[in-house]
Design a protein around this ligand. Structure first.
Ligand SMILES: *Cc1c(COP(=O)(O)O)cnc(C)c1O
Length: 386
């Protein structure tokens, strides 16, 4: 069996007959020419496997896909322009007019729009359930349910689903499962080992890891690949550019060390926050108080770098003062990169409609910095408001 280092440093590479690139080449070409009609005809018949036109297969992007499929234990992977494009393709592959989907509560915001709103116009309905209990999926399923969409752990509340039990149930009803695995990365959780059919990633996050490229990855079986390739991929056309695929190949080389460092940093920071009197709660799969520890232990090989801090104060002015006082955490959306970020829940509320329970929640994304500096920064910001 291939280890992660075989996959990350070798799989899919060394394809050039002329010389062997140590770093994979960037093939920018949009199309490929043929020496004669027969060669061109054969290639067109096999467009899902060979470079013919870059909206289909591109040699650089193909290396990235081979690596990610292997890391997730799937036969195939497809690269998209964004995580949302990968999610939309996976979802649209599994449902058609008249079908029903079940999705975990509070999924990524645009997954919520897709399943809760957009797909209505194509006659697809969706029920959102608290995914912490398998029985909630069982009771939400209808005669026409074709999809169960999972996000485990969730990237704001960090709720998890029992992947093995949910996929067992789904298989017994002929329902496909999709898992958004962006939080764990392919290194820390493998849905395939627990029966999940399709794995999707926002590659913008840990896979790219440098806040300089947007992309998405979908991993699946050969059978699903054949369908998704010619329908949602080639037809809707939301492909990853070869340049971004090349950047992601470069990033993938350091994914294991980045994940290791992020994990160490985050555990130290969470430990500090959990013991601070100004903190009400830290939502994190490896926090002392996490209420689904058995699932975290079963599914996650290592801790990720996202958590949500709930301050003790419910005073919006103080929450804002805390956020504004931090100097080593940037206020920004997204996550998964080398730099530490915060996303306060209160930025999503305008005017009067402020759900009270949220006002003091701040989502943190921990990067690769020295964790002692980050803790000092948190310490002085907490002092200011307490
Ligand atoms: C960011 C994100 C997405 C969407 O990915 P994009 O690359 O921004 O389109 C999907 N799921 C989760 C959990 C995310 O954090």
């Amino acid at each position: 069996m291939k280890s992660w280092s075989d996959i990350i440093f070798e799989t899919g590479e060394f394809g050039s007959p002329d010389f062997l690139d140590v770093s994979p080449a960037l093939h920018a070409s949009s199309n490929y020419f043929f020496r004669n009609v027969e060669e061109m005809r054969l290639c067109l018949q096999n467009e899902q496997a060979q470079p013919f036109y870059t909206r289909g297969i591109n040699p650089t992007t193909r290396i990235l896909c081979e690596k990610l499929a292997a890391l997730e234990g799937k036969e195939k992977a497809i690269a998209f322009a964004s995580g949302s494009a990968a999610i939309a393709a996976a979802v649209m592959h599994t449902v058609k007019n008249g079908d029903h989907a079940v999705c975990v509560e509070h999924p990524y915001s645009w997954t919520n729009v897709l399943l809760g709103n957009y797909l209505k116009k194509f006659g697809v309905a969706c029920t959102f359930v608290d995914g912490r209990e398998v029985k909630n999926f069982e009771s939400a399923v209808q005669r026409n349910t074709k999809l169960i969409f999972l996000e485990s752990p969730n990237s704001f509340y960090f709720d998890m689903q029992d992947l093995e039990e949910v996929s067992k149930f789904a298989k017994s009803r002929n329902i496909k499962t999709i898992l958004d695995n962006s939080y764990a990365s392919p290194l820390n959780q493998r849905g395939h080992d627990f029966g999940i059919d399709i794995i999707v990633h926002s590659a913008t996050k840990y896979i790219a890891g440098h806040s300089d490229a947007v992309g998405g990855i979908l991993c699946c079986s050969n059978e699903d690949y054949e369908e998704i390739f010619k329908n949602e991929f080639m037809t809707l056309g939301g492909i990853m550019s070869p340049w971004n695929a090349w950047l992601m190949l470069r990033s993938l080389r350091t994914l294991p060390v980045r994940m290791e460092k992020i994990s160490q940093n985050t555990i130290e920071i969470v430990k500090y926050l959990e013991n601070h009197s100004g903190v009400a709660k830290v939502l994190y799969p490896f926090a002392g108080e996490y209420d689904q520890k058995n699932l975290a232990q079963k599914y996650l090989k290592n801790a990720g770098g996202l958590f949500t801090l709930q301050l003790k104060t419910g005073d919006l002015k103080k929450v804002e003062e805390f956020c504004n006082s931090l100097t080593r955490f940037k206020l920004a959306c997204s996550w998964g990169s080398y730099e530490s970020l915060i996303f306060p829940a209160c930025v999503s509320y305008q005017g009067k409609s402020k759900p009270q329970e949220h006002l003091n929640m701040i989502r943190f994304a921990i990067g690769l910095e020295d964790h002692t500096g980050l803790i000092d920064d948190l310490d002085s910001a907490l002092k200011k408001i307490n």
